[in-house]
Design a protein around this ligand. Structure first.
Ligand SMILES: [Zn+2]
Length: 470
C-alpha cells in the first residue's frame, strides 16, 4: 500500500532518527542491507585510514615543527602508502579496516541481542540488533572526526613543545573516546529496544508462578491443579510479584540498596520484579494493548525496561566514581609524596583514563554475559517474552560490584603484602610455569571464575522469571 522506506542511508539518517532508520533497514531486502552497510562502513574506514596516515606523518616531523610542515609530511607519508604493487599498503589497510569493521558490527549486534529480543525468535532479533548497529555508524563517523582531529592536535602540541609535556593530553582524549564509545553503545541498545517495542508482545495467558499451569478463568480462591500453589499468589492483589521498591520510587539510595539485594539474594529480588508490560487491569482501557503503535515510540511510563535502564546507568556512574576514587587513592599511596602542579593534572588524567578503561571492560563483560544468557533463553524459549532478558541484563549490572570489590581487594593486598601470591606458589615455579609473577594470573583467573558464576546465576534467574505474572 505504501512504498518501501529507503534503507541505504540508514547510517546517516540514524544520526537524528535512530529507531526510524533502523526500522527502515530491518524491512529492507538483502541488497538494501549491503548498500546500508557499505554507506556506513566505507566512509568510516577511509577516515580511519587517513587518521592512521596522519599519525604516522606526525612521527616524521622535524624538531620544533611549524604548522606549515604538516602538509608536506602528510603528502610524503601518503606517497609511501599509495605506491607499490596492488593492493597498495593503503589499499590493504582500508580492506582490513572494512573487514574488521564488519566483524565488529556483527559482534556488537550480538552484544545488543537482549535489547532487540522479542517473542519471534533468534534471527529476527539479531537482524534488529544489526540494524540498530548500522544506523549508528553515522554518529560514530562524526565522533571519530571530532575526537580524531582533537587527538592529532594534541599530539602536534606535544611534539611542538619538544615532548616535555606530560601524557595528560593524549590520555584525556583516549578517555573521551572510550566514554563516547560507551554512550554510543548505550544508544544502540536503546535503538534496538525501541525497534523491538514495535513488535507486539506474544499473547501469553496468566500462569502459575510455581509450575506454569495456564490459570485462565481460574477463581483466585482456588489452588493450582498441578502444584497446589494458591492461585492468588500467582495473580491478583496478593500476588508475589508486587514490584520492587526501586521500580516504585527510583531514588539513588534505593538503587544502591536494590543492588545489594540483587547480589546477596537474587531470588528475593527477581521473584518480586514485574516484567510484563501491561498490567491485566490496565489492558481493558489501554488502546495500545490490542493496537500496537506504528508511527513512533509508544509512551511507556510503566515500562519495566526503562526503569531497568535507569538503574544500570546509576550503577555505571557509581562504579565509575568508585574506580576513580580508588585509582586516585592508589596513586597517592604509591607516590606518597605531595603533588605539585603538573603532577596533579597527570594523576587526574591517569585516573580518568584507567576509570574509563575499567568501566569499558566491565561493560564488555556485562554485555557478554547478557548475550550468552539471552541466546540460550531465546533458543530454548525459556521466557514467553525474550525482552525480559534485557531487563535482567540491566539489573545484573549490580553483580559488577562483586568484580569491583574482589579486584580492588586483591590490588590492596598487593600493595600491603607485595608479591604474596608469587611467594606462596614459589618464585621458581611461577617463573618456570607461568613465565613471570603469578599475580596477573590470579586476577585473570578470578575474573573468569566470577564470570562462570555469573552465567550459572543467570541460568537460575531464567527459571525464577519464567512465568513472571503480575
Ligand atoms: Zn502450579
Amino acid at each position: 500500500m505504501s512504498r518501501r522506506p529507503i534503507a541505504w542511508p540508514a547510517a546517516w539518517r540514524g544520526i537524528a532518527q535512530p529507531v526510524a532508520a533502523a526500522a527502515a533497514l530491518d524491512a529492507a531486502g538483502f541488497l538494501g542491507w549491503v548498500a546500508a552497510g557499505a554507506a556506513g562502513l566505507v566512509p568510516l574506514a577511509l577516515q580511519t585510514a587517513l587518521l592512521v596516515l596522519a599519525m604516522r606523518a606526525l612521527d616524521h616531523l622535524p624538531l620544533t615543527p611549524a604548522l606549515t610542515d604538516l602538509w608536506p609530511a602528510f603528502v610524503a607519508e601518503y606517497d609511501v602508502w599509495i605506491t607499490g604493487p596492488l593492493p597498495t599498503p593503503a589499499g590493504s589497510l582500508v580492506g582490513w579496516l572494512l573487514l574488521g569493521g564488519a566483524l565488529a558490527c556483527g559482534l556488537l549486534a550480538w552484544l545488543t541481542l537482549p535489547f532487540a529480543a522479542r517473542a519471534d525468535g533468534l534471527l529476527p532479533a539479531l537482524r534488529r540488533a544489526l540494524a540498530s548497529v548500522i544506523s549508528s555508524l553515522g554518529l560514530l563517523f562524526l565522533a571519530e572526526t571530532l575526537l580524531g582531529g582533537l587527538m592529532l592536535a594534541v599530539i602536534f602540541a606535544v611534539i611542538k613543545t619538544s615532548r616535555t609535556a606530560g601524557p595528560e593530553g593524549p590520555l584525556t582524549v583516549v578517555a573521551g573516546m572510550g566514554l563516547t564509545a560507551l554512550l554510543l553503545a548505550r544508544r544502540i541498545g536503546q535503538t534496538a529496544a525501541g525497534l523491538a517495542a514495535r513488535i507486539p508482545p506474544a499473547a501469553d495467558p496468566p500462569r502459575c508462578e510455581g509450575c506454569g499451569y495456564d490459570l485462565t478463568h481460574r477463581p483466585s480462591d482456588e489452588r493450582c491443579p498441578e502444584c497446589a500453589r494458591e492461585v492468588a499468589r500467582s495473580l491478583g492483589v496478593s500476588a508475589d510479584r508486587t514490584g520492587t521498591p526501586w521500580t516504585c520510587r527510583g531514588t539513588w539510595t534505593l538503587a544502591l540498596a536494590c543492588a545489594l539485594q540483587i547480589v546477596t539474594s537474587p531470588r528475593a529480588f527477581y521473584a518480586r520484579l514485574r516484567l510484563r508490560e501491561h498490567p491485566a487491569g490496565a489492558a481493558d482501557h489501554d488502546p495500545e494493548a490490542d493496537n500496537p503503535p506504528r508511527g513512533g515510540d509508544p509512551p511507556r511510563n510503566d515500562d519495566p525496561l526503562r526503569a531497568a535502564l535507569r538503574f544500570s546507568l546509576i550503577q555505571y556512574v557509581e562504579l565509575g566514581l568508585g574506580c576513580w576514587i580508588c585509582a586516585f587513592i592508589g596513586i597517592g599511596l604509591v607516590s606518597a609524596a605531595s603533588w605539585t602542579g603538573s603532577r596533579t593534572t597527570e594523576a587526574i588524567a591517569i585516573c580518568t583514563f584507567s576509570t574509563v578503561m575499567t568501566v569499558g571492560l566491565a561493560w564488555i563483560g556485562h554485555r557478554l554475559a547478557g548475550a550468552v544468557a539471552a541466546t540460550i533463553w531465546i533458543s530454548r524459549r525459556t521466557l514467553p517474552d525474550a525482552r525480559w532478558s534485557a531487563i535482567v541484563t540491566e539489573y545484573e549490572t549490580a553483580f559488577l560490584w562483586v568484580f569491583f570489590v574482589v579486584q580492588w581487594l586483591l590490588v590492596l593486598s598487593f600493595y600491603l603484602a607485595e608479591d604474596w601470591v608469587t611467594n606462596s606458589v614459589g618464585r621458581a615455579w611461577a617463573w618456570r610455569v607461568l613465565g613471570g609473577p603469578a599475580e596477573p594470573f590470579l586476577m585473570l583467573g578470578l575474573i573468569l571464575l566470577l564470570g562462570m558464576l555469573w552465567l550459572a546465576r543467570l541460568e537460575r534467574i531464567g527459571r525464577m522469571i519464567r512465568w513472571a505474572n503480575y
